[in-house]
Structure formats: C-alpha cells, structure tokens
Ligand binder design. Structure first.
Ligand SMILES: Nc1ncnc2c1ncn2[C@@H]1O[C@H](COP(=O)(O)OP(=O)(O)OP(=O)(O)O)[C@@H](O)[C@H]1O
Ligand SMILES: CC(C)(CO)[C@@H](O)C(=O)NCCC(=O)O
Length: 378
C-alpha cells in the first residue's frame, strides 16, 4: 500500500572515516515494505501494540547495515524502498516542505551533500552521544512479553536474557565499542556523562589485524581468531611463575601476564607465527583492555551493570565471553557485563527516537517502550 509509505521513517548513522553505515526504518503493519531486498540483509523486529489506543505502533523496525566504502549500495537500497520520501506525509511532500532524515555520527556530516544532491533531502543531525544513550535506554526499557529479549549476559558459553526493571535501570555504564571506545555513565533519559574512552577499540583490532594477518575483512579476522591459540603469542603467568601461578596475589597460571609477550623472547619473524594465533591474541588483548577500563569506570564495582554496545561485539561469542570474564575478574563478581541484541544500532535508534521532537512521537513514543510487547525473529 503506497499510502503507508508516509509512515516509514529512515535514518542513518555512520562514523566519520567510518566502517559501517547503520540504517533503521519503521514500517507499518500494512506497509508494502518487504524485509529482504537487493541482496541486503535486513533484520526485523515486530512491534505489536496490545492497546487499541496506539494502533499506529503495529509494525516493524527494520535494521540494515552497509560498509561505508559501499555507500552506493545504501543509496540504492534507500531508493528501492522509497525510504527517501518516507519521513513526511504526502501532504507535506506536496507542500514542498524540505524532507529530512535523521542522522548521527560523522556520516551525518560527511554524506550531507550526497543525500541532498541524490534525493533532495536534508540530513537532520543528531548528537552522537545523545543518540547512543537514547537508543540504549529505548532498548533497555522495552517491556517485553515475548522472547527473545534484548539484553543478555554471556558467561561460560551461556546466553541468559535479562529483563531489567525500568525503575532499577539507572545508573549504568554504557560502553560503546566502535572504532574507538566511549564510556558513558547514564543516570536517566537524557542524563549522562562521558566519563572515559579509549582509542584502543574495534578500529585498532581491525587495523592491526589486517596488518598482522593480511585479512581483508572483520569477518575473515573473526574466522581466523576462532581457530587460534593465544598461548603461543601471549606470555602467561605460568611462563613466569610456573604451573602454580602467582597464587599469593590470586593470579592463576593461565592469566595473561603480557599480551604478545612471548613474541619478544622468540627469535622469529611474522611469517613464523600462525595468523590464527595472532588474531586470537589480538582479540583477547583489545577485549580484555576494554573490560578492564570499563570496570574501573564503573566505580570499581559501584555501577552494577556495564552495558556493551557498538558493532565490535556483534554477537560474537568469544568476544562477549572475554569481556564478561574480564569484568567478572576485575570486579570480583560485583559487576556484570551485559550485551544487547541490537548493539550496533544504538545511535541509529536514538536518532530515530528523536523524531519525537517533531511531534511524530506517536510512532515511537514512551507508550511504546512502556506498553508494547515485542516479538523478534532474530
Ligand atoms: N562488517 C564489519 N565491517 C567492519 N567492521 C566491523 C564489521 N563488523 C564489526 N566490525 C567492528 O566494528 C567496529 C566498528 O563499530 P561501529 O560501527 O559500532 O563503530 P563506528 O560508529 O564506526 O565508530 P565510533 O563509535 O568510534 O564512531 C569496527 O572497527 C570493527 O572492529
Ligand atoms: C571519537 C568517538 C566519540 C567517535 O565515535 C569514539 O571513537 C571515541 O570515543 N574514541 C575514543 C576517544 C578517547 O580516547 O576517549
């Protein structure tokens, strides 16, 4: 039904130099938007209101991502789905009001001209941190009646979904692991403080991974790391203290004493190491480091929850396990690492929510977060 196109929203977020463009759009239940198109994988989350009062909420959120280097694929997708004309009603379009699409991150600046030239639309820029926090709060407050849910812990190979009571959500530490890592203490809706960050993030992993292993993509790097053994690269406590470890200080024999430390003692060249082992070691180094800094910024265990977002984790079990172990280890079990199923779309979701400012909140308003059951096919 073409009429439904008036109610589709689209927004885009991308980091400046950028790796990925994330796209979130909403379609009404009666919309003709198909979930899959043009070879682009689109994940859907059904939003089903139980209340007759908000029938407009009957519909789906769609999530898609594109490599920044393939921006044209993203533009073609937007065009094929007619998303570029979806942010205003037909009346507004015919009134020649300027169309706008919400956008956040560096891409909101970088691609502004491209979007104007191609579609005649204005990218309405939303602040990156505001959007991250709004997106995280939105997901964490979803009152979910149907599984699978949004937030989960990952320990010992097990994923446990957690339903957080909205009245007990704040404060928490949001750790966004993208190219770099931002750590934000969130005290409420719109109430937050950037407390720390580190430049050793996903971009570091990918950049160093490409140099060390010649891999061409993040997925290829992950594939390698799956098969590797970091003990061939890292110096463990047992390499220094023997099999009993440094028990007096609680350092077990298998604790990594020095990432890549073994290499400094080997008289070897890069080609002598297995790419898989290098990948595994690098992955552990970055993940452990983020976990440790996160723990310190969570007030050494005072913030009970540390929520990890950003595309770095991407539901990858070994990354989540390493981060969880790190938080568990450093906080002596006081703090918990939590992950989100839509971890990479926080900024995009938050920018999407900001349509509320334009009086369009009935689509994505608080009613939704407080009243709607959510079903997801992921
Ligand atoms: N398909 C992929 N291609 C590239 N990087 C990926 C991919 N999947 C996961 N990643 C990881 O995600 C990181 C980028 O994450 P994300 O897109 O959340 O951050 P960003 O918005 O680019 O960066 P920042 O938050 O620092 O602005 C990459 O550096 C890489 O480690
Ligand atoms: C610069 C941003 C905020 C861009 O998303 C992010 O990559 C980041 O927080 N990097 C780490 C910067 C720091 O060292 O605090």
């Amino acid at each position: 039904m073409i009429q439904a196109a008036a109610f589709h929203f689209v927004l885009l977020t991308s980091e400046g130099k950028g790796t990925l463009i994330k796209l979130v759009y909403f379609s009404r239940k009666d919309s003709s938007l198909e979930s899959v198109g043009n070879g682009v994988q689109v994940e859907e989350v059904g939003l089903v209101t139980s209340s007759k009062k908000y029938p407009i909420l009957d519909g789906k959120l769609h999530f898609a991502k594109f490599q920044t280097s393939k921006i044209n694929e993203c533009l073609d997708f937007i065009e094929s789905k007619l998303l570029h004309g979806s942010c205003c009603s037909h009346q507004e379009i015919s009134d020649k009001k300027q169309l706008l699409i919400k956008a956040t991150g560096g891409g909101a600046y970088k691609y502004a001209d491209l979007f104007r030239e191609k579609f005649g639309i204005r990218l309405d820029k939303e602040d990156e941190m505001d959007s991250l926090v709004a997106g995280a709060n939105f997901l964490l407050k979803l009152r979910i009646c149907a599984v699978p849910r949004e937030a989960f812990t990952y320990m010992e190979g097990q994923k446990d979904f957690v339903q957080i009571d909205a009245s007990d959500l704040f404060p928490y530490l949001l750790v966004s692991i993208g190219s770099g890592v931002s750590m934000i203490k969130v005290d409420g809706d719109g109430k937050f403080e950037l407390v720390s960050g580190t430049s050793l993030g996903g971009g570091t992993l990918l950049g160093m991974g490409m140099l060390l292993t010649n891999c061409q993509s993040f997925d290829e790097f992950l594939e390698l790391s799956h098969k590797g053994d970091n003990r061939n690269i890292d110096m463990l406590v047992r390499d220094i203290y023997g099999v009993t470890g440094y028990s007096k200080l609680g350092l077990s024999a298998t604790t990594i004493a020095s990432s890549f430390g073994k290499v400094s003692f080997d008289n070897k060249e890069l080609k002598d190491y297995k790419k898989e082992d290098l990948a595994r070691s690098l992955l552990r180094m970055i993940s452990n480091n983020v976990a440790q800094i996160a723990y310190m910024n969570a007030g050494h265990g005072q913030l009970k929850r540390i929520i990890f977002g950003g595309f770095f984790t991407r539901g990858h079990e070994y990354i989540m396990e390493t981060i969880s172990d790190g938080v568990q280890y450093w906080s002596k079990g006081k703090a918990k690492a939590m992950f989100l199923r839509h971890e990479g779309f926080l900024g995009a979701l938050g920018a999407f929510k900001s349509y509320e400012k334009h009086g369009l909140g009935s689509l994505m308003g608080h009613h939704l977060t407080e009243q709607s059951p959510v079903a997801s096919p992921r």
